[in-house]
Design a binder for this molecule. Sequence first.
Ligand code: DCS
Length: 484
Amino acid sequence: MLAKIVHSKNMNANIRKAEYAVRGELAIRSEELKNQLAKGEKLPFSRVVGCNIGNPQALDQKPITFFRQVASLVEYPELLKDENAEVASKLYPSDAIARAKLLLKNIGSVGAYSHSQGIPHIRENVAKFISERDGYPADPSKIFLTQGASAGVQLTLQMIVENNKVGIMIPIPQYPLYTATLAVLDANPVPYYLDESKGWGLTTRELQRSYDEAAKLGVETRALVIINPGNPTGQCLTIENMREIVEFCHKNRIILLADEVYQTNIYQPKDRPFHSFKKVLKSMGPKYEGFEMISYHSISKGMIGECGRRGGYFECEGLDESILEQIYKISSISLCPNVQGQIMVDLMVNPPKKGDPSYEQYKKEYDDIYYSLIKRASILEDTFNSLEGCTCNSADGAMYLFPQIRLPKKAIEAAKAAGKEPDQFYCMAMLESTGVCMVAGSGFGQVEGTAHFRSTFLPQPELFDEFCSGIKNFHADFMNKYRD
Ligand SMILES: Cc1ncc(COP(=O)(O)O)c(CN[C@@H]2CONC2=O)c1O
């Protein structure tokens, strides 16, 4: 057979280097097990539970009805014609019909390319949402709609990383979109550690240590990634901490990249409310005029979970006009973000309001999901804290818990013999025994010598008892098997 022209040895080495643990070895194995079950093979479990990814609708979370009603109407405009008004009014509430008509008036057809920066009408609604959220104006021309927040993160990092001397500060543990993207860009990850003993707290002392260490190595640190609420750690920053972070960036001439995709996944709204970095920055006065920041949001999270539609946006603050033009140019190479994803952004930032025909249903669906997430997070946190050698901080926000496991020496030796990190070895054993797919903490980064795993709290409530007892039984068996 002809030798391959491109192969693993001569491909782009940066791509080869990149890793994304959320869909790595464990996720791949879980798909194999799913296929085996589908073929009727007997396994120690009857279903695979994907707790490796924040993908709510893959775990039977229902979509928001109003959002889907609007999405279906714009797909088939015939339903909006006068001659079909009677049929449509039997199937759709009047505000869904009105919203679909308004969107199509501004879009034309969902099948057409849109403006490369995103549909102006929707960007205006995003700007209005940001202004109302923060109490400070937002400019639609500084907002870019994207194929999910991932695409926005990748595009803006690509813009910032001029060469392989550039460094980007990332939290440890971090969501591996960042390390994977930096690997592809041949940029330097500049790690700063979150403090597990302080609820995954972040100090400017640690930021400065990390920055100074990189500088000694000749790295030119240009940006700081903050994920707030945190993934995988779920912590929510205090406003004081956020001010310190802004000051740190200002002092060291660093662009702040604020990943705020979990801004509505806030489970301690009184003690740990969400504050956007945009609001904090604007409240800090004229000294910070021209401060450079990019904030990211997504339709994949919150109570929406429309992950597969690939919708999101980023807002630019303080960037040089020439850079905005370059970002537009790069965006135009991909023509436009998908229009249904853009429509979902519009619905996210501009949902039914009090008094609208769909408001009551929307509010009930939203609150049911919200309070169920809080409940499931608490049950799972208690489960993890009941396991021998396991401690787990509570989730102030996001969709994950990130317990630390202290494994017996024999387990660590067995992991080494298998060529795996201890937490990867533990998670693989859990998957093979229970069908529950987690992500090993080593996939997010962690303090040397510690072991963690990340779990979502997304399995539906009716499965939770079985889910939690399966984890408890597995853990007890595992610890007994490798007990020193
Ligand atoms: C912190 C953070 N930023 C960005 C994204 C990307 O979201 P988009 O879907 O908008 O591109 C995710 C997705 N969360 C991943 C996916 O599911 N589980 C995770 O950890 C995320 O957790």
